[in-house]
Design a protein. Structure first.
Length: 95
């Protein structure tokens, strides 16, 4: 099973085993990590976090809540993206 580790900057907050096809924000909930959210459909960008390492495929087409400049800084939308395997996530979004 794949493990997702949630960081705040360099501080490791929690790690948790991912369930199949689980959105990152739901794994965070189970781990007791509060990631703000609003639309839960990829539109508002409220749930933006930063991918430190691992593979989290971007949906096609890109959801409105993501821009190219955010992607360049590792930005991912935790409400609508699913990791492929282990990954490390910084809950501080790219700005
Ligand atoms: S909560 Fe709106 S894009 Fe994720």
């Amino acid at each position: 099973m794949a493990i997702v580790r949630f960081f705040r900057g360099r501080l490791l907050l929690r790690s948790i085993e991912l369930k199949d096809d689980e959105f990152l924000v739901d794994a965070a909930d189970r781990a007791g990590i509060d990631i703000p959210r609003n639309c839960t459909s990829g539109n508002c960008g409220t749930c933006l976090v930063r991918l430190i390492s691992g593979n989290v495929p971007y949906p096609e087409p890109l959801p409105p809540g993501l821009d190219e400049f955010l992607i360049e800084d590792g930005g991912i939308l935790s409400c609508c993206m699913i990791p492929e395997g282990a990954c490390d996530i910084d809950v501080i979004p790219p700005l």
